[in-house]
Design a protein around this ligand. Structure first.
Ligand SMILES: [Cu+2]
Length: 151
């Protein structure tokens, strides 16, 4: 093999490495951008309302699949202020999700921010009304909460 042949192989190898680095970097940037951009600050807390056991909502395994909606179970719940007005969502899926209100009574908007796999978000609802929420990453994930004033 001549010296000029060796130089040609070296340039091809460098070009291949550059292409691989750019491709991998592009995928990494896309994954970060699509997974870590929640729209609002998180309202999650770790504590329930006074003496309450939170109502449990599961973000089940496979909820990121658009063929397996609605992504939350139960997807519709009714709460009464002072009785059971605290909800805990648990991300049991293998990808990131959010719990983000799309429709809420005035002052009632809520957002979990990014929830990584295994993450838990607890929120206490104080404003009566009807709430709709979705996942900021998966538009087919939708849930409804009805909050009633204390009796
Ligand atoms: Cu999601």
């Amino acid at each position: 093999m001549s010296n000029s042949d060796r130089r040609g192989i070296g340039k091809a190898a460098v070009a291949a490495i550059v292409i691989i680095v750019v491709a991998v970097g592009g995928v990494a940037v896309y994954m970060i951008a699509s997974n870590t951009a929640p729209p609002n600050p998180s309202v999650c807390s770790s504590s329930a309302g006074s003496g309450q056991t939170p109502v449990q909502v599961s973000i089940y395994s496979g909820s990121s699949n658009s063929a397996d909606p609605p992504g939350y179970t139960p997807d519709s719940i009714t709460l009464v202020v002072g009785v059971n007005n605290t909800v805990t969502w648990t991300n049991k899926d293998s990808v990131h999700h959010t719990v983000t209100s799309t429709s809420a009574p005035t002052g009632g908007d809520f957002n979990s921010g990014n929830m990584q796999p295994g993450a838990v978000c607890t929120h206490t609802f104080m404003v009566p009304g009807t709430y709709q929420y979705d996942c900021a990453y998966h538009s087919w994930m939708v849930g409804t909460i009805i909050v009633k004033a204390s009796a």
